[in-house]
Design a protein around this ligand. Structure first.
Ligand code: NAD
Ligand code: UDP
Length: 326
């Protein structure tokens, strides 16, 4: 008999996953983190390793997993365009085979399972802000398709397991999330700009910089994921989770320069193919079904993120490596 829930977090050694593990442990759960360490690392969870209720296991979710748990958070998948395009076939396998394996596990155990889906299922959206009933505008054969279509297929699998096998699903459509423990080299915009500013390097704005994103601080996101898992089984989603404040990349670059007091200049680089022009969640469903809305303003979240990268860059070796890679 287990009094505390046993929770599996796939991708638990990644950016969001490590914060989620921390939060679940603080709430008294037994947490099993599985990860193949492609973009995540043991370092992200090493401060949790001395807790008896925490376990980490190297495992690739494209292979079946046999464990006993009550809840599953399926976060395993590289999230940065640079990383998910590095081995696109593996990215699709991770989303699709990973979903099949995790759903099979949830079916056998009658466990609740939450999928970390993404705003990328909307592609380059023609509806603003994006509501959950919008079907999206996705290129099925472009460089982002391995991620976008992989995640869309995973959503299909989740809803088919729910209709066909009554698996207790929750599908979260996560919008751009940022904060401490983003990989300094993972190519996403917040980590790129902050690291560039701290190293006094040029800030690389892709295209004209007028494209928008909405940035959610990681603590707010973890809060939403935990609330969604705790919601009644009727709350299957898909449900948008993100911060509805929209910024252009030029605005973000200026904020980062101001908050770091950097002397970096803004330079423009070519815009990647299929880069969405505009992205902003409608979070009305999250508000009504979960009583959730983000509370961390961008300035506050950026300050905490900058403080994290400042600490990280105090390691002179890493500083040198990053300076060479930039
Ligand atoms: P991340 O890259 O830091 O974390 C992903 C984790 O999954 C890493 O630890 C990685 O090693 C692991 N992983 C990758 N492939 C795996 C495999 N085959 N088997 C086992 N582990 C594997 O990214 P993140 O930002 O923490 O994203 C977590 C989840 O949230 C992802 O599913 C991502 O698609 C989703 N998401 C994130 C964002 C965001 O802005 N951060 C936005 C939308 C969706
Ligand atoms: N971007 C940028 N400079 C960078 C990295 C990204 O201007 O150094 C832009 C990118 O073209 C996109 C936005 O920032 O328009 C967000 O990119 P990211 O890779 O963080 O996430 P996406 O939302 O595109 O998956």
């Amino acid at each position: 008999m287990h009094l505390q829930p046993r929770i599996l977090v796939s991708g638990g050694a990644g950016f969001i996953g490590s914060h989620l593990c921390e939060r679940l442990l603080a709430e008294g759960a037994n947490v099993l983190c599985v990860d193949n360490f492609f973009t995540g690392s043991r370092k992200n969870v090493e401060h949790l390793l001395d807790q008896k209720s925490f376990e980490v296991s190297r495992h690739d979710v494209t292979f079946p997993l046999y464990v006993e748990v009550d809840q599953i958070y399926n976060l395993a998948c590289p999230a940065s365009p640079v990383h998910y395009q590095h081995d696109p076939v593996q990215t699709t396998k991770t989303s699709v085979h990973g979903a099949i394996n995790m759903l099979g596990l949830a079916k056998r155990l009658r466990a609740r399972i939450l999928q970390a889906s993404t705003s990328e299922v909307y592609g380059d959206p023609s509806v603003h802000p994006q509501t959950e009933d919008y079907w999206g505008n996705v290129n099925p054969i472009g460089p982002r398709s391995c991620y976008d279509e992989g995640k869309r297929c995973a959503e299909t699998l989740f809803f088919d397991y729910w209709r066909q096998h009554r698996v207790r699903i929750r599908v979260a459509r996560i919008f751009n999330t940022y904060g401490p423990r983003m990989h300094p080299n993972d190519g996403r915009v917040v980590s790129n700009f902050v690291v560039q500013a701290l190293l006094a390097r040029d800030i690389t704005v892709y295209g004209d910089g007028e494209q928008t994103r909405s940035f959610c601080y990681v603590d707010d996101m973890v809060d939403a994921l935990v609330k969604l898992m705790a919601a009644p089984d009727t709350v299957t989603g898909p449900i948008n989770l993100g911060n509805p404040e929209q910024y252009s990349m030029l605005q973000l670059a200026s904020q980062v320069i101001e908050l770091t007091g950097s002397r970096s200049r803004i330079v423009h680089r070519p815009k990647p193919q299929d880069d969405p022009r505009q992205r902003c969640p409608d979070v009305a469903q999250a508000k009504s079904a979960l009583g959730w809305q983000p509370t961390t303003a961008l300035t506050e979240g950026l300050k905490r993120t900058i403080a994290y990268f400042e600490r990280l860059l105090s390691d002179q070796n890493l500083r040198k490596q990053l300076a060479e890679a930039q």
